[in-house]
Write a protein that binds this ligand. Structure first.
Ligand code: DGL
Length: 272
């Protein structure tokens, strides 16, 4: 197998993986969730970089020529260094690592009519200002309001996303975001865990605000990437298989993954 590697700090990337597999059903995939060390959102730049680097190395060692960082925090804090500093020195510099921020930022302006756009993400993603920087390149006149939601990933990782206390946390963070700008008409979920909180999010987002989650768009962009990079496309195997690894507990991972994927999986334990 020569699969596409998909990495996230935990379960969130499964929301992207699901779309990738729907869009590219013939390709092989390996998913890796670093559940033992999630969440990444509050961790230092150095830690996120080091963990992401280990994950990419693992996926490369499993024969993935292409790795998608299906994690905004890792994309914000580690992608550029891995692409520019590490990749050229690793054993095969023709392997590739792609993230989720740039493809999302590149269509940000098409999501809003008022020109006022909101972003929710982890503390790390928001503090990095990666979205503001990338969006400004493509849509310099947009007003971007961002809000860190430091507890949301924990709610998904520990399986309490459907509880009343989770809804209260979501409500409070969204209130802070929308109270100062009534013109916002689009909200980007800039964390791949957040679609699992969609019920609460929908309930507390003002009427008329479009909610954008990344999965389908990232999948569309990957398909486009493979069409433009035929040499990479030719290297990828196609037998429709998917293997799942977690650094955490496999039984818990399988149970939680069911919520993201809607079907049962049997994950393997991964130690770096
Ligand atoms: N799914 C990750 C993201 O998109 C969550 C990061 C975390 O573990 O805090 O940012």
């Amino acid at each position: 197998m020569s699969p596409i590697g998909v990495f996230d700090s935990g379960y969130g990337g499964l929301s992207v993986f699901r779309n990738l597999r729907e869009r590219l059903p013939d390709y092989d995939f390996i998913y890796l969730g670093d559940n033992a060390r999630a969440p990444y959102g509050k961790k230092s730049f150095e830690d996120v970089y080091e963990y992401t680097r280990e994950a990419v190395k693992f996926l490369f060692s499993q024969n993935c020529p292409l790795v998608i960082l299906a994690c905004n925090t890792a994309s914000a804090k580690a992608l550029r260094t891995i692409q520019q500093k590490d990749l050229p020195d690793w054993e095969d510099p023709t392997k590739r690592v792609l993230g989720v921020i740039r493809p999302t930022a590149e269509i940000a302006g098409t999501l809003t009519r008022s020109g006022h756009l909101a972003i929710v993400g982890t503390a790390g993603t928001i503090a990095s200002q990666s979205y503001e920087i990338e969006i400004a390149k493509a849509f310099p006149t947009l007003t971007v309001r961002s809000q860190a939601c430091p507890e949301w990933v924990d709610l998904v990782e520990n399986g309490t996303a459907e509880t009343l206390s989770a809804e209260k946390i979501v409500e409070e963070d969204l209130r802070k975001l929308f109270e100062n700008d009534q013109k916002i008409d689009a909200l980007i979920l800039a964390c791949t865990h957040y679609p699992l909180l969609m019920t609460a999010i929908k309930k507390h987002v003002p009427a008329g605000v479009k909610i954008f989650s990344q999965g389908a768009h990232v999948a569309e962009r990957l398909e486009d990437y493979l069409q433009r990079h035929r040499e990479m496309d030719r290297r990828l195997s196609r037998s429709g298989n998917a293997i799942f690894y977690t650094t955490g507990d496999c039984k818990i991972f399988d149970r939680q993954a069911l919520k993201f994927l809607g079907y049962k999986i049997h994950s393997r334990h991964c130690v770096f």
